[in-house]
Structures are given as C-alpha cells and as structure tokens.
Design a protein around this ligand. Structure first.
Ligand code: 5GP
Ligand code: ZN
Length: 115
C-alpha cells in the first residue's frame, strides 16, 4: 500500500516519533497532538478501518490493544486515558489505515462528545 501514509511510516519511508515497534505492531506520536499524551498504535498489516476487521485479525488486534495498554502505562497515563478508533465517514476517519488513538495527560480530558 505505497499510497498509505501509515504503511509508509511502518516501512520507514516517512519519519515518525516511534514509541514502540515489533514485527506486527507500531506505535508513534500523533503529528498533531490534541492532548499532552497522544499517540497512535497500528497493526503493520494494512487494514483500512475497524469496519474491515474479521476473525483473521483476532490475534493481531490483541497485540495492538495490549501494546496500547502497556505504552499508556509507560507514558504517563497511569490514572487513565481515552482510547479512540474513528471509523469511516460517520466516525470522521481521516487516515484509512486502522489506528488506535491513546489520549491522556495529567488533567481530566474534556467530555467525549458535545451534544
Ligand atoms: P483519524 O481522524 O483518521 O482517526 O486520525 C488520523 C490521525 O493521524 C490524526 O490525529 C493526525 O494528526 C494523524 N496523522 C496524520 N498524518 C500523520 C503523519 O504523517 N504522521 C503522524 N505521526 N501522524 C499523522
Ligand atoms: Zn496502510
């Protein structure tokens, strides 16, 4: 997926501030953080969105989520954080490579959605 920005980050073609990387998972700081801690965790496999997940991704997504939890603990989110996966048009997904946002910091975050 040479036209996918997150595949290109995973391939090392575009720089990113990486937090963690292994064979299956990559975590890096969001380029436009909206909280003191804001990083993304992605599967290296190109899955466009949560809408395309299936049974074949169970182990991979387990790796993504447990990596997100560990990195949150290790990066100042011991008192909690918000986990966001935007999906599709309605979810206002901007980058179509599945990613988990972790948002946190010392202060309580704003309300999740405005009514
Ligand atoms: P989405 O709206 O798709 O859930 O969020 C995409 C996120 O990716 C945004 O928060 C945006 O700031 C981040 N992003 C987009 N392009 C890049 C990039 O080239 N590098 C990094 N580190 N983050 C990016
Ligand atoms: Zn991709």
């Amino acid at each position: 997926m040479s036209d996918c920005i997150f595949c290109r980050i995973a391939a090392g073609e575009i720089p990113a501030k990486k937090l963690y990387e292994d064979e299956h998972v990559l975590a890096f700081h969001d380029i436009n953080p909206v909280a003191p801690v804001h990083f993304l965790v992605i599967p290296k496999l190109h899955v466009p969105s949560m809408g395309e997940l299936g049974a074949e991704h169970v182990e991979l997504m387990g790796r993504v989520m447990t990596t997100a939890a560990r990195l949150a603990r290790e990066n100042g989110c011991g008192e909690g954080y918000r986990t966001i996966i935007n999906t599709g048009r309605v979810g206002r997904q901007e980058v179509y490579h599945l990613h988990v946002h972790i948002l946190g910091g010392p202060e309580v975050l704003p309300a999740m959605l405005k009514r």
